[in-house]
Write a protein that binds this ligand. Structure first.
Ligand code: F6R
Length: 245
């Protein structure tokens, strides 16, 4: 595992974008595993900037996202498909028919997960998986306690996540109660993994995931068992592991 320290969010984003950009240059028809959330937004902005300058070409790239809320459509601004369209896909020359996000509108959980596993089998393996880290060490929607050997599955969101999301919706009924997520088994099959992590709130998660015991209680700790993981963190996120890498 490599840990790279960046001074701040912007520099973290540029470094992560550099790694992704190298992947696309080395293998133009690569499969990227992508994440949503605040951590990778700067990385996507940087990739878009390089694309606009003519330095990057996404025309042969495919992408497979980590997760999606159950019940949300692509045009719901809280859906992860909407997030990916607005932050990356609509801003570069990627072929949208080769960008995959679990189908939030498929309410039959088993069917949705099976379909996504088939997509991953057909288009994978993922060449480079980009990950963010939850404050509790989660990766994707794999929360503490999830078995390491799972593929795509449906998770019940915790009450605290539902309550935190409530502010984005008109009523409590509209707040998603479940999500589909790529499982840890699939994440671990990616050839290369890049984790972007910033801010003080993530410092304990960084320590637990990369310097603590490997345990399902800390989902991200499984990454210690992968042979090509690069963690790009800002100074705050790496503040508790200073001198350990
Ligand atoms: C997003 C995802 C999540 C986030 C994590 C960190 O697709 O799967 O695991 O990466 O919750 O979120 P941020 O970056 O918002 O702190």
């Amino acid at each position: 595992m490599k840990i790279i320290k960046a001074n701040d969010y912007q520099s973290m984003s540029r470094m992560a974008a550099n790694i992704i950009s190298a992947q696309i240059i080395m293998k133009p028809d690569c499969v990227l595993g992508l994440a949503t959330g605040s951590s990778p937004i700067g990385t996507y902005d940087q990739l878009v900037e390089w694309y606009k300058k003519g330095d990057l070409d996404f025309s042969q790239v495919s992408s497979i996202n980590l997760d999606e809320y159950v019940g949300l459509s692509a045009d719901n601004d809280q859906s992860y498909r909407y997030f990916m369209n607005t932050h990356l896909f609509d801003r570069v020359n990627i072929d949208k028919t080769r960008t995959f996000v679990p189908n939030g509108l498929e309410l039959d959980n088993e069917k949705a997960c099976k379909a996504y596993n088939e997509i991953i089998k057909e288009h994978g393996p993922i060449d480079l998986q980009l990950l963010g880290l939850g404050c509790n060490g989660h990766i994707g929607f794999n929360e503490p306690g999830e078995a390491f050997e799972k593929e795509t599955h449906c998770v019940d969101l915790t009450q605290s996540t539902i309550e935190a999301n409530a502010r984005f919706f008109a009523s409590m009924d509209e707040v998603p109660k479940q999500a589909y997520t790529m499982g840890i088994k699939t994440i671990m099959q990616a050839k290369k993994i890049v984790v972007v992590v910033n801010g003080k709130a993530k410092a304990q998660a960084v320590k637990d995931c990369f310097f603590g015991p490997v345990t399902p209680k800390v989902p991200g700790s499984v990454l210690q068992l992968h042979n090509d993981v690069t963690v790009v963190g800002d100074a705050e996120a790496l503040s508790l592991v200073e001198g350990l890498y």
